[in-house]
Ligand binder design. Structure first.
Ligand SMILES: Nc1ncnc2c1ncn2[C@@H]1O[C@H](COP(=O)(O)OP(=O)(O)O)[C@@H](O)[C@H]1O
Ligand SMILES: [Mg+2]
Length: 184
């Protein structure tokens, strides 16, 4: 099955400035923290892949999401360390950046496989650099330069990701160039 076949939902919106990027992350954060209906009392967590050119806003988004999940103190970009981890009450949050990832042995040494199996919040910048090592995320966010802001395309690859998309409130279509559109 190709990646295309597993797309369960897709939404696009225009982020006119950094505050819009932060607002989107702040809106998604509580969806990651919400109780899993099958396991009341446990945060559901989830995996988000952040794609886009350098400066597109992947770290801005991740930082705002971690902040809104309750992470306090400094949130460093993981571009050198590959991984920064946080814990808020009983929830683990992992922020990864594969920009400099080159050797699959690093993958095993750093215990990345364990991270992906935990019920945690996992944010991954440059997932494409990890080749085929990563499973599909719940949600992929593609950020691209558009006018003076960024166009964001959100793609759900799991039921969890799809349920997040249905709960997002995005600016109405056409409110900003090139507008927002919602698709299946
Ligand atoms: N929607 C937006 N429109 C314009 N500038 C933005 C937007 N979102 C973030 N920025 C700015 O773009 C830059 C993004 O940097 P960063 O988040 O480090 O990018 P990346 O991690 O994708 O390389 C920051 O300077 C931030 O202030
Ligand atoms: Mg970055």
């Amino acid at each position: 099955m190709t990646t295309e076949n597993r797309v369960l939902g897709e939404v696009e919106t225009y982020l006119e400035d950094e505050s819009s990027t932060i607002a989107l992350a702040t809106q998604i954060a509580p969806l990651l923290l919400a109780d899993d209906p099958g396991h009341p009392g446990t945060p559901q967590g989830g995996r988000i892949h952040l794609r886009g050119d350098l400066g597109a806003g992947k770290t801005s988004f991740a930082r705002a999401l971690l902040r809104a999940c309750g992470v306090t103190g400094r949130i460093k970009s993981p571009s050198y360390a590959l991984l920064e981890s946080y814990k808020v009450s009983n929830l683990y949050l992992y922020h990864l950046d594969f920009y400099r990832f080159s050797d699959p042995r690093e993958w095993i040494d750093a215990g990345f496989r364990d991270i992906l199996q935990k019920q945690a919040v996992v944010l991954i910048e440059w997932p494409e650099q990890a080749g085929g090592l990563l499973p599909l995320p719940d949600l992929e966010i593609n950020l691209s330069y558009a006018e003076t802001g960024r166009q964001a395309r959100l793609i759900a690859y799991s039921n969890k990701g799809q349920s997040w998309l249905t709960r997002l409130v995005l600016p109405p279509r056409g409110s900003h160039p090139p507008g927002a559109s919602v698709g299946v």
